[in-house]
Design a protein around this ligand. Structure first.
Ligand code: HDL
Ligand code: ZN
Length: 428
């Protein structure tokens, strides 16, 4: 073994003094390339579905919601504007007229700063000029490098009229992106979408009766073959119940769960959305509700051959999700989702997960919709995580088990990479 490696190996096994814990954790957090296990990003071969650049960054639905609190413009008037006019309106209201101190506005500042662009301009001329000259493929690699991620997991909808044809024509895979089979139109919106399946030759009906579940399973098998998803996923409302006498329950038990077992992939359940509490805000109009996680308990217990990635949207569901994860090894809690992805809440959730689960969970995903968001979302995650992890090692050391750089490096890899790779069957 060369002296450098030996030196590194020896160095990494040296017990760390308490005063060095945080700096070593920070170093190792930035040295590690994470997998971003849930995003709305798209590989280049999925074309215009993939959003990037300053006008998309600023018209993010999180910022649209904040706009209507800082500007007299009515949603109806705003949504009539062009993308650039929307971005100019948001920039003026949230970045010029007021300091961008919220998580989502500060995120845009961090992205501009990462590319050496000013966040103090009165308009978007400089930023637009910069992004207009980026070449997407190289830009993706640079953005991932700045974000410290090696792969992003997509959200791919086999019934989306814009996306599905690209897959059917053979969208070129990209090693930086993992596909996911998204099931909302089937499980949550069957009445609006069952005829799209019928039109493709699947013998299904409005009540998902008869052989509908078998036909949906056939549809899923064809898309697993085409897409090679690392998991299947669905976003569920706060009222989700299972078991129950419903179309959703019949399709879950008769098609989705057996298909996930057949193909050896997890099912991701993101639970707790209250859809369009303010329809006028469109994508920004969703809110949150406390869910009944006994449905998760039932699924994990009664379907031991399935693996469940679970993210709950309500802060009030987090502690019980940790307790359930202690009861079921086929349950993997992940992320601080959506309204939870703010340092004040991330800190509470991450500390209770470490206290109850050790390093056997997935702390975060970005949920990025716009490519460059991964830069700030993962910068913020590392900034929030560092003192929390350092505290764990300090306590462990104080209680009699010295912490080493190797411990820290190995735990960070487990939290942000191998827990997912093992759970998704990407690694044995
Ligand atoms: O259903 C989901 O995957 C959610 O993440 C929604 O897309 C939501 O609008 C969102 O972007 N949250 O961050
Ligand atoms: Zn999402």
């Amino acid at each position: 073994m060369s002296s450098v490696i030996a030196g590194d190996k020896t160095r990494s096994a040296v017990p760390l003094p308490p005063g060095e814990m945080q700096s070593v954790v920070e170093e190792e957090l930035w040295a590690a390339a994470f997998i971003d296990i849930h995003t709305h990003l798209f590989m280049p071969s999925l074309g215009e579905n993939g959003l990037w650049g300053i006008d998309n960054l600023i018209t993010y639905h999180y910022l649209e919601a904040e706009l209507f609190r800082s500007s007299p413009i009515a949603p109806g008037e705003y949504f009539q504007l062009s993308k650039r006019e929307k971005a100019d309106t948001i920039w003026r209201a949230l970045f010029v007229e007021h300091a961008p101190v919220s998580e989502a506005t500060r995120g845009v500042v961090a992205v501009l700063n990462a590319f050496g662009l000013s966040a103090e301009s009165r308009d978007l001329t400089e930023a637009r000029e910069f992004f207009e000259h980026r070449t997407l493929d190289a830009h993706i690699s640079r953005v991932f490098q700045l974000a410290g991620i090696s792969e992003a997991v997509m959200t791919n909808d086999p019934l989306d009229p814009d996306e599905a044809p690209l897959w059917e024509r053979g969208a070129a895979p990209d090693s930086r992106f993992y596909p996911v089979l998204r099931l909302d139109r089937i499980l949550e919106k069957w009445p609006e979408h069952w005829q799209a399946l019928e039109g493709r030759g699947y013998r299904v009906d409005a009540n998902a009766g008869g052989g509908s579940a078998d036909e949906v399973r056939r549809f899923l098998a064809e898309w697993v073959e085409r897409m090679r998803p690392v998991y299947m996923a669905v976003s569920l409302t706060d009222t989700f119940q299972f078991p129950e006498d419903s179309v959703r329950a019949r399709l879950l038990s008769g098609a989705v769960l057996p298909a996930c077992r057949e193909f050896g992939i997890p099912l991701s359940l993101m639970i707790g959305v209250r859809r369009l509490v303010n329809p006028a805000l469109r994508l920004a109009g969703d809110a949150v509700g406390k869910a009944d996680l006994r449905a998760v308990e039932y699924l994990c217990r009664e379907y031991p051959g399935n693996r469940f990635l679970v993210s709950a949207l309500s802060r009030e569901n987090q502690h019980e999700l940790c307790v359930y994860a202690r009861k079921f090894a086929n349950l993997m809690p992940f992320g601080c989702w959506w309204f939870l992805n703010n340092p004040s809440v991330v800190e509470e959730m991450t500390r209770e997960r470490l206290e109850m689960l050790g390093t056997t969970f997935i702390p975060q995903h970005s949920d990025a919709r716009i490519l460059e968001q991964v830069i700030y979302k993962w910068k913020n995650t590392r900034r929030t995580m560092a003192p929390i992890l350092a505290n764990c090692y300090r306590l462990m050391s104080e209680d009699g088990r010295p912490a080493t750089r190797e411990d820290i490096r190995s735990d960070i890899a487990r939290l942000f990479r191998t827990n997912f790779e093992l759970f998704a069957g990407l690694r044995k």
